[in-house]
Write a protein that binds this ligand. Structure first.
Ligand code: NDP
Ligand code: 2IT
Length: 445
């Protein structure tokens, strides 16, 4: 089994040097699917795994733009079209100074299996730029987005590749990119998701990742014979995913007591007042620190990492990759945390996941737990194709159903392959098998 993992990983590392996040994501999937390959020689013969770790297409491009002072700026743009076996490439765009090829490839690789789990017909892709929207004026963001789309537009399309948001890309950025795509192609199509409601966006897409995460955790808690009522919850980040996970968890009776950003975290033992967070983050584009000015009983702590030392029963890492290491996981376990589910992509290191599994903490991996966002993007694509809009309740009902299906698929696959209770293995196997069957059927392409 380990020969299989080592052999493929060796090639991946040699062919993609200096891409540690990509290697990390590939290793986890390989370790999970090794028993499937052992049982299915036709997948080995067709070299499905060797093919799935190689992106179908990778585009890297220059993004020049002019800032408000009239100075020329140069960023780098990426779009990795990873796998189109089950549908058009689909996945977000991340704008953050840390973006590089390794980050985009790990995200694109994860997206293949996540999208397969949603049961909607979408392939896997990801893109972005090392552009930092923080501290930029709206006009600077617009000029950047227009320049970014001036190259990206020739690679995407409603039946080819459909980007959306991720870190640093929300409604404002999607709007500017959509406008530029429309101007360049003279078409009005569903080429991006996460659009504004006035020009083809879906109700509930904004809420979907966070709400979906909460629906997934509901099932994890049910399997332990409990629910959200009065549970203390710590959520990292204070962006799109964190805000709407907080909202839905609170509606279900949970006590969300901490949120963060990359500078630090707040603790409000009376429960986070989400209206204040929405004002600071969504309207004023401020920092989470400002929360304590409005709520004197809350406390702010510098440094985001120590948020995991805040005692809680449920932890939802919803900021970024590798934010929970072994030490943070041990702190959560020590404080009697019973469930951890990943709102962010790959927020737990492999060592942290091991700590959770060994301690009997229920663990919901990203590609299952945060799939509600992209699933609802697929619902947005469906509505755009039909040229109609479903009501909020209809989209939310479908999202809820999809999250329940994903949970059931993960449990079933984990049991079939002798790893009951391990949702990491379940998610990887269930997602992989769907993509593998489609690749097998379509021949060597
Ligand atoms: P946002 O840009 O809305 O928010 C990101 C949040 O995470 C901010 O609070 C940000 O703080 C914090 N953050 C970002 N980078 C770091 C870092 N290096 N260290 C500490 N904190 C950091 O992004 P989203 O909420 O959309 O995305 C959050 C996570 O969820 C990402 O991992 C994304 O890939 C994942 N995800 C998003 C989906 C979506 O639909 N949006 C779907 C599925 C997964 P600061 O302001 O200081 O940067
Ligand atoms: O990581 C993710 O799944 C996303 N950022 C959402 C992608 C999408 O196409 O909606």
């Amino acid at each position: 089994m380990s020969t299989f993992v080592d052999r493929i990983l060796e090639t991946v590392v040699a062919r993609n040097p200096a891409e540690p996040e990509f290697h990390q994501a590939v290793r986890e999937v390989l370790e999970s699917i090794a028993p499937v390959i052992a049982k299915r020689p036709e997948l080995a013969r067709a070299k499905i795994v060797e093919r799935v770790v190689e992106p179908e297409r990778q585009v890297i491009f220059r993004v020049p733009w002019v800032n408000d002072k009239g100075e020329v700026q140069i960023n780098r743009g990426f779009r990795v079209e990873f796998n189109s076996a089950i549908g058009p490439y689909k996945g977000g765009l991340r704008f953050h100074p840390s973006v590089n090829l390794s980050i985009i490839k790990f995200l694109g690789f994860e997206q293949i299996f996540k999208n397969a789990l949603t049961t909607t017909p979408i392939g896997g892709g990801k893109g972005g730029s090392d552009f930092d929207p923080k501290g930029k004026s709206d006009l600077e963001v617009m000029r950047f987005c227009q320049s970014f789309m001036s190259e990206l537009f020739r690679h995407i399309g409603p039946d080819t590749d459909v980007p959306a948001g991720d870190i640093g890309v929300g409604g404002r950025e999607i709007g500017f990119m959509y406008g530029q795509y429309k101007k360049l192609t003279n078409t009005f199509t569903g080429v991006l998701t996460g659009k504004g409601l006035s020009y083809g966006g879906s109700l509930a897409r904004t809420e979907a990742t966070g709400y979906g995460l909460v629906y997934f955790v509901t099932r994890m808690l049910q399997s332990r014979g409990t629910d959200w009522k009065n549970k203390s919850v710590v959520i990292s980040g204070s962006g799109n995913v964190a805000i709407y996970a907080t909202e839905r968890a609170q509606q279900l009776g949970a006590r969300v007591i901490a949120l963060s950003d990359s500078n630090g975290y707040i603790v409000d033992n009376d429960g986070i007042k989400l209206d204040t967070v929405k004002r600071i983050k969504e309207i004023e584009r401020g920092r989470i620190k400002e929360y304590v000015a409005a709520h004197k009983t809350a406390k702010y702590y510098d440094g985001c990492q120590d948020i995991w030392t805040v005692p809680c029963e449920v932890a939802l890492p919803s900021a970024t990759q590798n934010e929970i290491d072994r030490k943070a996981a041990e702190a959560l376990v020590k404080n009697k945390c019973i469930a951890v589910a990943e709102g962010a992509n790959m927020p737990s290191t492999p060592e942290a996941v091991e700590v959770f599994h060994n301690a009997g903490v229920s663990f919901g991996p990203a590609k299952a737990a945060n799939a509600g966002g992209v699933a609802t993007s697929a619902l947005e694509m469906a509505q755009n194709s039909m040229r109609l809009n479903w009501p909020f309740e209809e989209v939310d009902r479908r999202l809820h159903q999809i999250m329940n299906d994903i949970y059931d698929q993960c449990v079933a696959a984990s049991e079939t392959y002798g790893a009951k209770g391990n949702l990491v293995i379940g998610a990887n196997i269930a997602g992989f098998l769907k993509v593998a069957e489609a690749m097998l059927a379509q021949g060597v392409v």
